[in-house]
Design a protein around this ligand. Structure first.
Ligand SMILES: *Cc1c(COP(=O)(O)O)cnc(C)c1O
Length: 344
């Protein structure tokens, strides 16, 4: 029996590939793909397969559990675990083909003891102060077989003086620490110019339709489209209210479509008064509050919209972030399992 899903995330595989190609062309060096958090909520297995077909060779997850869930990668692809190896990770790391990114003296010592001579990646901190060895700790790296040496930008999505400072620090490190390859830029970092490219870039957000800086506007295509089924259509009479808290009152008789999505799906309450759906260019504004599993839309613009029809929520990431106050990252990674992922 095929169960019917009443909400889904339509995913545009051509847009995903297009975005990856644009990022790689812009960087002028190979582009990998951050597929942590299940490919930013889109599905890491599918994303990896599609980008692998497009020519992407380097994939990044956060943890060994994510590496395990991803399973075998397409031929010729390499997997990197960004959080490195904690005290509990050695068994998984040694059994895996993935390389850890060593982030601390503890992790370096652990790797040297457990896997002498085996290639690893290393994160150097150049100002983020989150993960990575401090620049004065780099003597710890002697004797390691470093595949890719990384650092990570703290403010690449802003015009911050910090960007050039981090670039300068990383360029200096790259001249003293031998590695096969060096990598600094995330999606926003790619937009800062080719000085930031080194030998590899690590985009995430922009692959999935996020626009991290204005340089990417017009080049990045939307990938993820939440779609929900109409559960019922009803007329709300003038003076009546709709939804929890009775926060919305009909000024005139209003045709409403109640659709199958809510905050439990990651369509959060901050969309109240701000969100909308569109069909064939017709706008259906959200009315009242967002419930756990339901949202009401003003369907006046579509007299024929009926139970069982589908609507596409407006989810262009920059616009939806402005409307909701959520980050483009949260808008993607917060979408629940209840949305059936459907690639086209
Ligand atoms: C998540 C992550 C990225 C990708 O960042 P985006 O801003 O999504 O492009 C790159 N590098 C590291 C170390 C990361 O953790």
């Amino acid at each position: 029996m095929a169960v019917h899903h009443a909400l889904r995330l339509r995913l545009d595989s051509r847009a995903l590939t297009h975005n990856w190609l644009w990022l790689q062309r812009t960087a002028g060096v190979p582009a990998g793909a951050a597929v942590k958090a299940d490919g930013y909520g889109l599905g890491a297995v599918e994303v990896t397969r599609l980008l692998g077909d497009a020519g992407c060779r380097d994939f990044f997850v956060s943890t060994w559990a994510e590496a395990d869930a991803l399973g075998p990668l397409p031929n010729g692809c390499e997997l990197v675990v960004l959080h490195g190896i904690g005290p509990q990770d050695l068994e998984a790391a040694l059994a895996s083909h993935a390389r850890p990114v060593l982030n601390s003296r503890e992790q370096v010592t652990r790797w040297k003891e457990a896997a002498p001579g085996r290639a690893c990646d290393v994160m150097v901190d150049t100002g983020m102060n989150r993960l990575g060895l401090r620049t004065e700790e780099l003597d710890q790296l002697d004797g390691l077989e470093i595949h890719t040496l990384h650092s990570h930008l703290a403010c690449a999505d802003e015009d911050s003086a910090m960007n050039a400072v981090q670039l300068g620090r990383f360029a200096a490190v790259a001249t003293t620490v031998p590695a096969r390859r060096y990598a600094l830029a995330n999606s926003a970092g790619i937009c800062l110019g080719r000085d930031y490219s080194f030998g590899l870039v690590r985009p995430g957000l922009a692959l999935y339709g996020g626009v991290p800086r204005e340089e990417a506007e017009g080049h990045i295509a939307q990938v993820a489209y939440p779609e929900a089924e109409v559960v019922q259509r009803r007329t709300i009479k003038a003076g009546e209210t709709c939804g929890y808290g009775a926060t919305w009152t009909a000024a005139a008789d209003t045709e409403a479509a109640i659709i199958n999505i809510g905050y439990a799906d990651g369509y959060l309450r901050c969309f109240a008064g701000k969100g909308s759906a569109s069909i064939d260019g017709k706008l259906l504004p959200l009315i009242g509050r967002v419930s756990m599993d339901l949202v009401a839309l003003d369907a006046s613009a579509l007299p024929d919209l009926a139970e069982g029809d589908w609507v596409t929520l407006d989810y262009d990431l920059p616009a939806a972030a402005d409307a909701s106050g959520l980050s483009q990252y949260e808008l993607l990674t917060g979408l629940s399992e209840r949305l059936e992922r459907r690639w086209t």
